[in-house]
Ligand binder design. Structure first.
Ligand SMILES: [Zn+2]
Length: 266
């Protein structure tokens, strides 16, 4: 899936955590931002596809493979590898705790636990935002990876089902976006309605998730392929035509216009 959908999913997770936190808007904004970061971060492993990778990072690290070989490879730093595993967010959260300890010059058990407790909703948003990205990549085609390396250091890749195309899943983006908007509105309701707000927020997320799963599992086209395919352009066109049927020509044109303005695959 594309980085914009992933980031929006992380933000959606963040809005639920923000509602549950019942904190100030400043704290909620941080939780939502961290959720978005968790949603975006796994695709940092696509940096090897950057046009200047070989002459900069590759040369600096003395890598014997080109960025393209790394991206489509099965190294731990390839796309869909270690950074697309549950191990990655756990390690990153431990690094955040370590950095906090270094900054405070203290690793006192109570102080470390106090820090984790005070930031628990940010940690939750980050972890679940990250996890959602990994799950969202599973219904895309297997290509050269065969899914994501969910339980790295295990060498098993999970997913690659080909239910959906890599990007232009506008219907899914609209579902995610609706969850964000509704949950932000709920966060504007006074704090005294906390329990109602929390239940509604979780409910909206679960309805969004159900709609998302329904759309993913009812695509009439099989996008599955392994390795590289000569039908790539044909499948992408079929995916777009399908979106036109799902959304209707007007909404499809709006989404296409937004897509064309964004210099990223979406
Ligand atoms: Zn990804």
């Amino acid at each position: 899936m594309d980085i914009i959908s992933h980031t929006l999913t992380g933000i959606a997770v963040g809005t639920v955590c923000a509602t549950i936190s019942n904190g100030s808007w400043k704290r909620k904004s941080l939780i939502i931002l961290v959720g978005g970061l968790g949603g975006a971060l796994p695709d940092f492993d696509a940096i090897s596809l950057w046009s200047k990778f070989d002459t900069t990072i590759g040369a600096f690290l003395g890598l014997e493979h080109t960025g393209k070989e790394i991206y489509f490879g099965k190294f731990w730093y390839s796309h869909h590898a270690a950074l697309h595993s549950i191990f990655a967010p756990i390690l990153l959260m431990l690094i955040a705790i370590l950095m906090h300890g270094i900054k405070k010059k203290s690793f006192n058990r109570d102080k470390v636990l106090g820090f984790v407790k005070s930031k628990k909703f940010s940690f939750l948003a980050f972890f679940f935002g990250f996890l959602c990205h990994l799950l969202e990549d599973m219904p895309t085609p297997a290509s050269v990876w065969g899914g994501v390396n969910l339980f790295y250091p295990s060498s098993t890749y999970i997913g690659g089902f080909g239910n959906i195309w890599w990007w232009n899943n506008y219907d899914l983006v609209l579902i995610i976006f609706s969850v964000i908007v509704l949950n932000l509105l709920i966060n504007g309701i006074p704090k005294q309605y906390y329990h109602l707000k929390m239940k509604t927020s979780i409910g909206i997320f679960l309805i969004g998730l159900s709609l998302f799963l329904y759309q993913v599992n009812t695509r009439p086209i099989d996008f599955a392929y392994t390795g590289h395919t000569v039908d790539y352009d044909k499948l992408e066109e079929q995916s777009k035509q399908l979106q036109k049927e799902i959304l209707g020509p007007q909404l499809f044109n709006v989404m296409t216009a937004i897509d064309n303005k964004i210099p990223l695959n979406f």
